[in-house]
Structure formats: C-alpha cells, structure tokens
Design a protein around this ligand. Structure first.
Ligand code: ACO
Length: 324
C-alpha cells in the first residue's frame, strides 16, 4: 500500500500585527465598543495579523509554501500537485492554487482550490492523501491561506474581533509507511445561515451582503459536539485511543471550543497546540499555521501522533490523525 507523510511545514503571517487594544481604538472611532478583557475572556485572542491592502491569499501562500519546501528539502519543481484551501481567493477564478503555482515558477501539475471554510485544510489534506494513495500524485503542496480581514464587518463587534489573516503549508509525500493514519470528513448544509458571507458577484457588482455573518452561539454549540465525533471516528479507524495522541491541533477559533474538545477526549491542555491568542481565527490557515508553529517551537517532533481537527461554515467538519 502507498501512504502519504508530511515531510515539511511552513507558514507566513502578514507584517501588520493588531493587538486587542489597537482594535479597541480603531473600533471606538466608528462608535463600536469592545475591550481587551471581553475578547480575551470569551475567545483567548490577544492579537491577530491583517494583510496589507495589496496582499492576497496567494501572496501569503507563497512564502508559507517556500518555507515548507525548504523544511522538506525539496524544490518547487519536485511538486506534482498543489491544493489551496481558502474562502478568500485572489479572484473568483482561476483558483488561487493556479496563481501560487505560477508564483512558485512551476507549470504542468494539477492545481485547485478547496472551499470548506475553516475545515478547508482538513478537506485539502484528505484529498491530497487520497490522490497520493491512488498514485495520482507523489509530492503535494497542501496550503491553507486566508485574508479574512477583507470579509469583516467592523461595525459588528461580535465577529470583527475574532479573525485574522495568514497562511500555512505542508509538503505531503508518498511513503511506504503512514503518515496519515485516518481521515474523516462531514458537512450539513442545513446550517448554511449560521456562518456565511451571503453576497455573490453578478452583473458587475456584488449582490447581497459581502461581509461575514455569524450566529456565534449556534456555532459554538455545534462545534464541540461534531469535533468530538470526528476525533473519535479517526481514532476508531486507526484502532487507537485518545491516550495515544501526543498533540491535538484543532482549528484555532476560540480557546473555549479548543479546550472543550480536549476535555471531552480527556487530554490535558498541555497537549493542545495553541496559537489563537496570537493569530486569531485564520480559517483554513489556522491548522497548518499552528502545526508549523508547533514543529518550529520543538513541540511537535518526528514520530509523534497528531490529531488535526477542523470545523467551519457549511457547516463542515472533519479530522486527520497522523504520524509526523
Ligand atoms: N465586545 C464587547 N461585547 C461584545 C462583543 C465584543 N467584541 N461581542 C459581543 N458582545 C456583547 C453582545 O452584544 C452581548 O451583549 P448583551 O448581552 O448586552 O446583548 C454580550 O456580549 C454577549 O454576546 P454573545 O454573542 O451571547 O456572547 P458569547 O458569550 O456567545 O460570545 C462569541 C460570542 C465569542 C462569538 C462566542 O459565541 C463564540 O466563540 N462562538 C463560536 C464562534 C466562533 O468561534 N466562530 C469562529 C468562526 S466559526 C469557526 O471557525 C468554526
């Protein structure tokens, strides 16, 4: 059997770091009231990065991909598949993956975007794993890249304090030994309205609302339950126990959701890689950003068992269990 294994990780954050206090001052000018205490207590977020006006998802994806290639000891020309998970593509079409491919100076390999919002990286990694397992690809770049700052309604304090911009990437290579141990993906479209950007482009303009709408409490209630189910599904498929997990790297949306999931698995908080305090919620970028952070901080080591899990708009959710 052919397996896939992560051989390198990388990430990139835009230069502009915005603390809660920076945001409090910025929102006050619009008459919108919030506070560092409220944001930290409800979400764990202390700062986030925002892209410059001329930076798109591909601009963040390329340095993340280059860092992952370097970590894997590979050149861009070694890559034969690029998947970018994003809900904030540079263009309606072509895909951000096509733009990234060209910026990396390569051509010919298949490239496409996956749109599953905050579960996007879990979806993309699952697809890349399947394409490597069936021989369609040998060395894939799997990237999550987002500029959610473009979608934020800065008059809605319930959402604009939660999100940030960034990118994370992995090189996923064919291997005789796993690598990816088990994957589990789900969606339920009846929840479209609880987290969405309802606008669309038509007749040369955006019709409908182009900014993010969220029912935070509905999302919160669903998230912990579905993440627990996905975690147990991949553990069952791999015939492993929660106690075998060295690191839990959940989608970094909210520290309370993340620790709630860990608690359900009886994992201590020390086994959770946490970046939400510094990055905010970077949607599809949050998991590969946190993974790269964990690897470079010396937390996540070769041979360790890691559980990645994501949840987001759609509603979508899923998990990937892997050996580094
Ligand atoms: N600053 C100060 N007060 C605020 C703010 C803010 N930024 N935002 C909301 N409030 C106020 C509300 O107006 C409300 O005031 P009221 O009681 O006078 O009406 C009060 O705080 C409570 O509001 P709730 O929405 O009930 O607050 P809640 O405790 O649910 O926290 C939050 C909101 C943080 C969004 C929470 O619901 C949550 O984390 N939900 C999960 C959603 C999430 O993580 N989404 C990320 C994207 S989804 C994903 O990635 C899966």
């Amino acid at each position: 059997r052919r397996f896939s294994r992560i051989t390198g990780t990388g990430s990139h954050l835009p230069a502009r770091r915005v603390t809660n206090d920076d945001l409090v001052a910025q929102l006050a000018q619009r008459g919108v009231e919030t506070s560092d205490e409220w944001i930290v207590e409800r979400t764990g977020i202390r700062a986030r990065h925002f892209a410059a006006a001329d930076q798109g998802a591909s601009d963040l994806a390329v340095p993340a991909a280059q860092a992952a290639l370097q970590a894997a000891g590979r050149q861009a020309s070694d890559i034969d598949l690029i998947i970018v998970a994003t809900s904030t593509p540079d263009m309606v079409f072509p895909s951000t993956a096509a733009i990234v491919q060209h910026k990396l100076g390569i051509a010919g390999c298949p490239v496409f975007d996956v749109q599953a919002v905050c579960s996007g990286f879990i979806y993309a990694l699952t697809v890349a794993d399947a394409m490597i397992a069936n021989g369609t690809a040998t060395r894939a770049l799997v990237i999550g890249s987002e500029v959610f700052s473009r979608l934020l309604d800065f008059d809605d304090r319930g959402t604009c304090v939660l999100f940030g911009d960034g990118a994370g990437a992995v090189v996923l290579e064919a291997s005789d030994t796993p690598g990816i141990l088990a994957t589990d993906l789900h969606a339920d479209g009846k929840y479209v309205d609880i987290l969405c950007v309802p606008g669309h482009v038509a007749g040369g303009q955006v019709l409908g609302d182009p900014l993010l709408k969220m029912d935070g409490q509905a999302v919160f209630k669903l998230a912990v339950g579905v993440l627990d189910k996905a975690a147990r599904a991949v553990l069952d498929k791999a015939r492993m126990q929660a106690g075998d997990i060295d690191w839990l790297i959940p989608h970094q949306a909210n520290i309370r959701i993340m620790l709630g999931t860990a608690r359900k698995l009886h994992l201590p908080p020390e086994k959770v890689v946490v970046t939400v305090h510094e990055h905010g919620n970077t949607s599809a970028a949050s998991i590969p950003l946190a993974l790269d952070h964990g690897v470079r901080a010396g937390q996540v080591k070769p041979g360790q068992t890691v559980l990645l899990e994501g949840v987001g708009g759609g509603f979508t959710w899923g998990a990937v269990l892997l050996k580094m």
